[in-house]
Write a protein of this length. Sequence first.
Lengths: 281, 222
Amino acid sequence: MLLLNASGCLDALTAPDVASSLDAFVTKTVTPEPRKGNPPVRIAETDFGMLNAIGLANPGREVFLAETLPQLRALDVPLWVSVGGFAAHEYAETCARLDNVTIELNLSCPNVDEAPESAAEIVAACREVTANPLYAKVSPHSWDMGETVRAIEAAGADGVSMINTLRGVALDSRLHPKLARGTGGYSGPALRPVALAAVLAARRATELPIVGMGGVCNGRDALELIACGATHVALGTVLFSDPDAPARVRDELDSEATRAGFDRAADAFGVAVDGVARLAN
Amino acid sequence: MSRPRRERLRVTGVEALGPYALVRVDRGGIDPGVPGQFFMLEAPGRVLPRPMSLCFAPRGELAFLLDPIGPGTQALASLVAGDCIHVFGPLGNGFRLDVQRPLLVGGGIGIAPLPYLAEALEHPPAVLGFRSAHHAEAAVLLPNAEVVIDPTLVTDVMPTDRDVLACGPEPMLEAVRTLVPDAQLAWEAPMACGYGACYGCVVEVDGELKRLCVEGPVLCSS
């Protein structure tokens, strides 16, 4: 099992120690053109999670390849590059220029307009141009997770990541949206049951590696994702409140596995899959 | 600059200053940093910690002044001696202290970093603005400051031929900047992480979006 960060939840160049405490670092999503992102206010805490509407702020593909990527390589932590775009060919053009990294296609940012093509079409376009390991990060809004994952697998993906944030709204005391964009991506502990259900449905549909994420705060949360079929686990919102979370979660994972009756966390892989009724989504 | 650390620290006391709360914790192995730097304080029961600049650093302690206006700051103000919270810092860029004729300017809860700054600059003159006499009770933290209360504004009384170091609400900072273009201003924004991870705390300064936690919170406007 690899312990990763969720894309957009860590900047390895400002926090190299945190990135080095992970098994691999996942970059913020890279788009073909530079993006300033959404205007402030961009984040708002809610009772059980938080909303963000950053809007894929990034320096764009050219600056990423010329400046950011060499700096990231110097950190000596395996790299996953999150690739974004607004059409299949934009994703593919970035993938074609990446080497010696794992690619995670961001097919599910709730804070920007989506590409017109389906997830599978984007995966297929990228598969044609890269031999790098190719993961697809899918939306929890998918109506039929099994069907989505099967289509992504057929298009040539090497793995899937889930879940991205859920779209949400928070209002201030005067009933105005707290975020300047109005809506944002909802993350944090409230997402855990949604993430478990998504991973479980995906695991029934594929034997591909699955990166499970969504509200993981501790070792028990990570173990539950593994029990639902996650091969790897990513940390998101918890990194904001606890930059030491990677080491802590790894430590807790072993003791939580023991507490649940397993010798090792890996032995709990998939044990919950058969205990839940089969539903389309 | 001091390396930030995250430790679980014991609360040594919480006292009211007007509507504000002064929260003191054992310092542990955490460095108090430079005036204007900030710390992420775990707010019990909340998903995210809260960014607070250091108010002052009593021997072996760290003290934070906060305005309990939301669930996080209310949770912090409700702490009692003996409780423990995680504290992460010092973070961000503080005030430059190489100034010839410093003047401290604070508005409301924006006075929070000024006592520690006043100590570092050997107690220069200060002008503080508050919205009510009740809020102005916090001025006790800066004994020699000139205090004005709404509708009088700090910009009505402050001299403009000084090296201004200011913290307060955005309209006050904008007004101070108009009077003193090279003022050092400490800005504020909702912040999830405090260490550059979330990109949530950007503010637009002169048309550019800046991540306050790593490029600020103190920005020089000229």
